[in-house]
Ligand binder design. Structure first.
Ligand SMILES: [Zn+2]
Length: 229
C-alpha cells in the first residue's frame, strides 16, 4: 500500500475510503479522491487508535486498518545508533530454521520486506540470524527498519542467534533463559558486531533485555561488548 494523503487519487484511495466506512460510519463517498472529508475521517481514526494524528495514511495507519504494508526502504540508508542482540528462545542443542522464524513473525503480523535474492515477501524481523554452526544469514536488508525491539527499531540493527533456552528435557525449558551460544556462534557474533560497528560509526551493543522485561538474548550483551573494538 502506498502512503496516501490529501490530494492522492486512485484505486488505493477507494480501498481506504471503503475500509474507513466499514470501521466507522464516516459516510465517505468512495470516489478515489482523498479530499478534506477523507482526511478528517483518517484523523478521527488515528486519534481513536493511538496513531500520530497527521491525516496521512502511512504504514502504521494502513496496518491498523488491517492492511499489510512493506516497510519502506530508506534510500539514503538509516542512522544506526544501536546493535541489538536477540536469541530465538529455542532449546539448546536444536536447530531452528529461518523459515520457521519467518512463519512465526508473519503470524505476528510483522511488516514484510522483499528478499533481494528471491524477490519473495519475507517477514523475519531481524537483519541477521546466526545459526548454531556459526553461519551468518542475512535476512532483512540493513536499510529496512527491523521488527525486533519495540520503540528501538528505527535506529538499530537486530541480530539473533539460534538458541537461548535450556534443553527441552529441562522442566519449563521455555520459561528460562540460558546462554547456549556455541563457540562458532560466539565467533560469528564477534565478527558481525565488529563489521557493523566499523560500517556504522561504532554504535553501542545492547541485548533485547536492555529495552524490555525479557531474558533475551540470555547473556549480558552490553557488558560483554563494552569497550569492544
Ligand atoms: Zn529478543
Amino acid at each position: 500500500m502506498k502512503t496516501l494523503r490529501i490530494g492522492s487519487r486512485g484505486a488505493e484511495v477507494k480501498t481506504l475510503q471503503a475500509k474507513l466506512n466499514t470501521v466507522c460510519p464516516y459516510g465517505l463517498v468512495i470516489d478515489g479522491v482523498f479530499g478534506a472529508a477523507t482526511e478528517e475521517a483518517v484523523r478521527t481514526f488515528q486519534q481513536a487508535h493511538d496513531l500520530t494524528v497527521d491525516g496521512i495514511v502511512g504504514a502504521k495507519t494502513w496496518s491498523k486498518l488491517g492492511f499489510e504494508t512493506a516497510e519502506e526502504v530508506s534510500p539514503g540508508g538509516r542512522t544506526i545508533n544501536k546493535l541489538i542482540l536477540h536469541c530465538s528462545a529455542t532449546p539448546e542443542g536444536e536447530d531452528f530454521s529461518i523459515d520457521s522464524i519467518d512463519n512465526s513473525h508473519k503470524a505476528r503480523n510483522f511488516s514484510y520486506y522483499i528478499d533481494p535474492v528471491t524477490k519473495q515477501k519475507r517477514y523475519v524481523g531481524y537483519h541477521y540470524i546466526i545459526l548454531r554452526d556459526g553461519t551468518i544469514v542475512r535476512c532483512r536488508p540493513e536499510n529496512v527498519r527491523g521488527c525486533h525491539t519495540s520503540n528501538h527499531n528505527s535506529d538499530s540493527i537486530g541480530v539473533c542467534y539460534i538458541g537461548g533456552c535450556p534443553a527441552r528435557t529441562v522442566k519449563d525449558w521455555n520459561k528460562k533463559g540460558k546462554d547456549t551460544r556455541t563457540e562458532a556462534q560466539k565467533t560469528s557474533i564477534i565478527k558481525l558486531v565488529r563489521e557493523l560497528k566499523g560500517r556504522y560509526g561504532n554504535p553501542e551493543v545492547y541485548g533485547h533485555c536492555d529495552f524490555a522485561a525479557k531474558a533475551c538474548p540470555s547473556f549480558d550483551a552490553r557488558t560483554e561488548f563494552k569497550n569492544f573494538k
